[in-house]
Design a protein around this ligand. Structure first.
Ligand code: BGC
Length: 358
């Protein structure tokens, strides 16, 4: 039925030191197909039938591992760690000691540093036709973080067209951790241009305002009557070009953490955001156990990369909904803590659920 081409396995085979890369494909019975690579434990493609039944790849990415090696700073589909988002000056204190991560984003450390989890080759185990687990043991002091951190990322595809992601980690020293996934979504299909016709709804009343280096100001602001208000579904084009200082600091678009409503006492993922593209009819719901979601409209996609269907990825050709703790939490005492105590288990879950509205 479908002439849709999945990335070819052979173009994902490469060696880096002792480790080798591969492409792994999971499918369900409803036409959902997700391809992963162990380079950065990342999502390479995510195919969903649209309202006409056409297989549609809703994440940006490349057809070969060498393109991922080269376009590294974009973090396409990758697992981000040890600390997603920015740490001011790349420095924080823990138990009376100062730790340094080399800045890789202006004066700040972004997404765990240059050799963060996105840039590591993970081990893997396919445990059934619908699930795969990636493992990585990050040595003590890697990128400057304390403790040996054993991490796993579990991806599961369900018959309800969900991709369930479970993160687990354990450290032998106290450390800070904030893991997320950096998939860039375009619900009309990767390579189909801007996402400004998508509608977005985010289950939050407040967001985290930032300074000119995208570091939190340390307070939360209400969304009501601002360009940031997605409490009801709203088309992205409505306010993205407003001359608002917060949008300008983020490169002329959204790149902010929304403070999610948390039902206290539940460890189950709850609804964080809903995105919808009328053209394809594809709707994405994001559920998470995390206290925040970074809503990013691909403001830094520069047009220099060509993606899977040969089309250029330009500014705002995708959006990310990165479930996580708030930016710079190690230096921000009022934010929910991202401390992982020695020997304790870090647990975080996120679900990407797809539906089609005909
Ligand atoms: C950040 C952006 C950054 C991008 C890099 C996002 O998670 O919020 O500020 O430019 O990652 O791809």
């Amino acid at each position: 039925m479908s002439h849709y081409k999945l990335p070819l396995l052979k173009y994902f085979k490469a060696k880096r030191g002792e480790k080798s890369t591969a492409l792994i494909i999971l499918k369900n019975d409803r036409g959902m197909q997700v391809a992963f690579t162990n380079f950065g434990a990342r999502i390479v493609s995510l195919i969903i039938p649209d309202k006409f039944g056409n297989p549609t790849d809703v994440v940006l990415g490349f057809n070969s591992i060498s393109e991922y090696f080269e376009a590294d700073e974009i973090y396409h589909g990758a697992t981000i760690g040890r600390f997603a988002n920015r740490i001011k000056g790349g420095a924080f204190q823990l138990n009376g000691k100062t730790y340094h991560i080399e800045p890789n984003n202006g004066p700040n450390a972004l997404h765990g540093g240059r050799n963060g989890f996105h840039n590591q080759i993970w081990d893997r185990r396919l445990h059934n036709p619908n699930g795969i687990t990636f493992y990585y043991s990050s040595p003590d002091d890697e990128e400057g973080f304390p403790g040996t951190l054993n991490t796993s990322v579990d991806y599961l595809i369900t018959d309800d067209n969900e991709l369930k992601i479970s993160y687990r980690a354990r450290s032998d020293q106290d450390t800070f951790i904030n893991l997320t996934n950096h998939a860039y979504f375009n619900l009309n299909g990767e390579g189909s241009g801007e996402v400004l016709d998508h509608t977005m709804q985010i289950n939050a009343n407040e967001y985290v305002p930032i300074n000119e280096h995208q570091i939190p100001l340390g307070k939360l602001l209400p969304l009501a009557a601002t360009s940031f208000d997605f409490r009801q579904p709203k088309v992205l084009a409505a306010h993205i070009h407003d001359q608002d200082q917060q949008l300008l600091y983020a490169g002329g678009g959204y790149d902010h953490t929304y403070v999610l409503h948390k039902q206290t006492g539940t460890q189950e993922p709850t609804l964080a955001a809903v995105a919808y593209a009328a053209h394809s009819g594809i709707k994405l719901e994001v559920l998470t156990t995390e206290p925040g979601v970074q809503f990013y409209t691909g403001n830094a996609l520069s047009g220099k990369d060509k993606g899977k269907s040969g089309k250029v990825y330009g500014k705002q050709h995708a959006f990310c909904l990165e479930t996580q703790h708030f930016p710079d939490t190690p230096n921000q005492t009022t934010f929910p803590s991202a401390l992982l105590k020695a020997g304790e288990i870090y647990n975080s879950q996120t679900i990407y659920r797809f539906n089609v509205i005909k």
